[in-house]
Design a protein around this ligand. Structure first.
Ligand SMILES: [Cu+2]
Length: 345
């Protein structure tokens, strides 16, 4: 599995994935652990992702590094589509599987299917909340850290580089309070968000106002500010003449991937993941047309015609020629508020 293929699953549509979540929640039926505690236990909050002005999204766990005592609860506040999987190694979100003799892109069960239960305990080793985390309709996921002192790394598998560490320290060792940890999380978020807001204003100020040599170039999201970026199209309005091309570019240093989807976008009709039931087992998660795209790069769009780029990883671009006058609204279906309009005269 190469990096490009792995990157193709940085983002998935929520509706299709939630359908998977509802299914996987059903197959998970592990009882909560009860713990015998000597002292008082605390609950610590970790922000899984975060948002700021200019539609800035942070793809990080804040605080990235958290100390707890054994028996403390960790509560992740999940702001978009993230899983938390404990384990030392990265796992590709999509893998190629032979289905009826044909190599097929499917969701990796190791990433999508949960082995942890919301409200349960983490007892060590490889363990995953699933994607989306079990009980997807709630925005929090809690675990009691019932493990020996040591460092425990976890990650979100669809946002490469989104990693956190929980250190369980000995009972007698003093650690920051939950309020101190919340303040630290706030600071880490601000330190990411503020440069990305600056990157948005820079991108907006330098966005083109017309086509050059028949091509109007739009930057899809900002780059260059670490784990945070502005989920905006710059320029959001493109005025072109019939027969000219629009080229969307995802910056190579963007922390996230994007899609170009004609608006309105129907996430059920153009699903990213299509679960295929298997008798007596977990479904196979086929990559769907939303993820794979339905309109080739370089295609010509007629008036009223729909278009879907499929997954565009950082560094990739996507071009469409608009042959006829009209107003063409589009969006990125995995990033709420990320939209634009092409006006063809
Ligand atoms: Cu996007």
């Amino acid at each position: 599995m190469n990096r490009a293929t792995r990157q193709r699953l940085v983002k998935l549509g929520t509706v299709a994935v939630m359908a998977v979540g509802v299914f996987t929640a059903g197959i998970l039926n592990r009882p909560n652990r009860t713990l015998a505690h000597g002292g008082e236990n605390n609950t610590y909050m970790i922000q899984a992702g975060g948002f700021g002005e200019a539609n800035v999204e942070v793809l990080a766990f804040s605080p990235t590094y958290l100390q707890v005592h054994r028996g403390d609860t960790v509560m992740w506040h999940i702001t978009s589509l993230h899983n938390m999987r404990f384990g030392e190694n990265e796992a590709p979100a999509l893998i190629v599987e032979e289905l009826n003799g044909t190599p097929t892109l499917v969701g990796n069960p190791q990433v999508f299917f949960p082995t942890l239960q919301n409200g349960g305990a983490y007892t060590g080793g490889e363990a995953n909340t699933g994607l989306p985390p079990t009980d997807a309709l709630k925005s929090t996921f809690t675990l009691v850290m019932d493990v020996e002192p040591g460092l425990y790394t976890y990650r979100c598998d669809i946002h490469g580089g989104m990693t956190g560490i929980i250190e369980v320290v000995a009972d007698e060792e003093a650690i920051p309070t939950p309020i101190e940890v919340a303040a630290q999380a706030d600071k880490e978020l601000d330190d990411q968000i503020n440069p990305a807001i600056g990157a948005y204003f820079a991108a907006a100020a330098t966005a083109p106002t017309e086509a050059v040599d028949g091509v109007f170039t739009i930057t899809a999201g900002t780059g260059g500010t670490g784990r945070a970026s502005s989920l905006t199209f710059n320029a959001p309005l493109a005025f072109i003449n019939a027969g000219e091309q629009v080229k969307w570019v995802v910056p190579a240093d963007s922390p996230t991937a994007h899609f170009i989807n004609a608006a309105p976008y129907d996430p059920v009709a153009v699903a990213d993941i299509i679960p295929q039931p298997n008798e007596g087992g977990a479904p196979t998660l086929l990559a769907g047309p939303g993820f794979l795209g339905t309109t080739a790069d370089g295609a010509t769009v007629a008036a009223g015609e729909s278009f879907n780029s499929g997954f565009l990883a950082p560094g990739q671009s996507y071009s469409l020629t608009f042959a006829e006058a009209g107003v063409y609204a589009y969006l990125c279906h995995v990033h709420p508020g990320m939209s634009g309009v092409v006006i063809v005269q």
